[in-house]
Design a protein around this ligand. Sequence first.
Ligand code: C2E
Ligand code: MG
Ligand code: MG
Ligand code: MG
Length: 292
Amino acid sequence: RAKELGRDNFQLFDANMNTELAEHVAIEQALRRAIGTSQIYLEFQPLVDLQSGRLTSFEALARWRHPELGVVSPGRFIPVAEKSGLIVPLGEQILLMVIKQLHAWQQAEVPLVPVAVNVAPLQFERTDFPTRCHELALQHELDPKWLSFEVTESAWLQNSTKSVVMIDTLRHEGSKVYLDDFGTGFSNLSYLKHLPIDAVKIDQAFVRNITVDAGDAAIVRGVLAMAKQLNIDTIAEGIETAEQLDYLREMGCHRGQGYYFSKPIPVDQCRALLEEMDEMRRFTETVKARAL
Ligand code: C2E
Ligand code: MG
Ligand code: MG
Ligand code: MG
């Protein structure tokens, strides 16, 4: 449109739109150069069993530190990466980083938990995605059971038959598949029964006001009841307070993630958590064995 209107009419665009567009272009160019470099790194956020309070797994979250722009949030660069197609090489880099990290821990005999990787709809459009993941894992001597995948509803709705086959393949290799940001899409809840997934992640939009908004509480209750019927696990995102935790636990939600437990943390801090968790497990086992 800018071209049609000609240079002289550029002022027709309001200043905000101009900066937004310029920012988008700048981010895209910078991101193109960042992919494959150490500007891209990861943080892992713990997921916790709401009954026992134990660490069950991590979610890998992409981070980007640009030498001049500083830390750019995923909320800004992931949409740019998705629109430009850069999410495909970026996603591959992230997957590879997760696999290498898990492999390094395995070599160092650190007790592992599964790590979930976010998969953008564009990545999931590629039919070879599951085999590619499997290949990469095997190349690094990693059992795919240590990898989980988070897909969103939009990835599904584009081609549900193809998606079902891909999910089946990932799960057949031993990976878990989660439906991310559940409830924010435009679909109705009943389609859950067609998805061969392991867990739904209830979006933090419903968790945020769960203790004060009867509507949100009712929606979450509905999701939990349906998931139970379908034998699907439930994970609540964005738990920030003890009240939210109590509420969700009483409602029967299995797992949770949120600042109340931990913010996403630098990957090199995870090792201590994993070792601590293992020590606790051994301690409980010893106590149990003694009691027998
Ligand atoms: P998501 O997959 O739903 O990830 C959860 C987001 O919620 C993360 O934001 C996490 O830091 C944030 N979060 C967790 N607990 C709390 C809480 O208690 N309170 C609040 N306010 N926030 C919480 P983050 O890291 O900024 O990522 C935002 C989104 O960017 C992700 O949402 C995901 O959609 C996307 N993203 C991040 N990393 C990747 C990636 O490697 N690949 C792809 N395709 N998308 C990614
Ligand atoms: Mg996610
Ligand atoms: Mg989510
Ligand atoms: Mg979210």
